[in-house]
Design a protein around this ligand. Sequence first.
Ligand code: CA
Length: 514
Amino acid sequence: MTPLTIRMQPKDNVAIVANDGGLPAGTVLPDGLTLRDAVPQGHKVALVDLPAGSAVLRYGIPIGYALKDIPSGSWVNERLLQMPSARGLDDLPMATHKPERLAPLEGYTFEGYRNADGSVGTRNILAITTTVQCVSGVVAFAVERIKAELLPKFLNVDDVVGLEHTYGCGVAIDADGAEIPIRTLRNISLNPNFGGEVMVVSLGCEKLQPERLMPPGAIPINDLRGEALDVVCLQDEAHVGFMSMVASIMKTATQHLQRLNLRRRETVPASELVVGVQCGGSDAFSGVTANPAVGYCTDLLVRAGASVMFSEVTEVRDGIDQLTSRATTPEVAQAMIREMAWYDAYLARGRADRSANTTPGNKKGGLSNIVEKAMGSIVKSGSAPISGVLAPGEKLKQKGLIYAATPASDFICGTLQLAAGMNLHVFTTGRGTPYGLAEVPVIKVATRSDLARRWHDLMDVNAGTIADGTQTIEEVGMAMFLLMLDVASGRKKTWAEHWKLHNALVLFNPAPVT
Ligand code: CA
């Protein structure tokens, strides 16, 4: 076995060990350096003597400061590093970096469902919106009946999903921040995959009344047809017995299924993709293999005129100067700072900061702290200029590379990207997670070949070939782009779709509950 280490930037004074299983003490690296310690896969080795207090450089920036003298060849882990403090939000470079304009990428298309509002779906799904958790059991019961009895009659409809959540009552609905879960739920109901066919199941007495969730004018297709919001209310006096409620939901669903069944895929340009990228269960390879390949793919998508969202505030916070400098205008940079400041304050309320992000698995995978994790996470955004910023739960209305501010929590990030209008999701993982969503296809990318081998029927792309040296970042990125077009067209299913694996929607509610 040839010892293999990866250094990201020439000035880095650490490299990570790429070999499966790591390398034992005494291993002589190709450049002659002898390992003083055993170094696990993905973990860092000191390439030079690092005196106490000196900066440990990865991705060309200090990811920490040595807490004691670290001789060359040592294993550099989180116990030996002092984490740098977060960069302040003042005096940031604002839209200073003017990258060379990327050449347009033309001629790529997919087969999608064109909606009345101009958006394009990648799946044809009936979504049943709920105002409150109280109705979830009833809706789940009705959804099973719809799947068994109605879907076989509507062969063009892929699925039916109940938009279950824990919000809606027992909450301070007028408190600061309550607008976030409310607009998130509203905008999820309008996701392009649902064809504008909004139906709502309400309990009746809940705080989040249907008219508050979906005020007049919220549903473009209803305005076109002159229709009012379609609500089944369980406390309605017309209902006598549980079966009456179920029958009412099924009757309403039938009307929407009839219209969804008329949808047909048509050839649309790749610019109609709205891709949300995120990572979860990251390791030190995330920033070496999968995320750079996603970044290359992000550039391809932006060149093709599509929309790409990257998110996860705590995982970009340490690179805020990179992001504000890449903004197309000072206003966009300012919006980014606004979101970071909001999140800093949100964390501070719980006397936490961005360092609360890293998990035991991240550390086991070689990521010492959030600074190192963030540098590897940000590369998902590629190199395109950042042309817009979304606050949590807002709906995307523009093309290009967008910073959609969300927590890094996989479920909350995915839920907020759904609300923004994502029609395809890309998820990178190093430790491995079976993550999926019922509402959009999720393409999962493994950072290591070992994970891709073991989870061969869960991972859609193996970016570990980049560390193995058998594929380049560009090759994996291009393959990912072509896979996206196939998945968006319904020609291919993701593994999560194949097994019907999906996680719960989790609304981000920064406001108090009562
Ligand atoms: Ca995440």
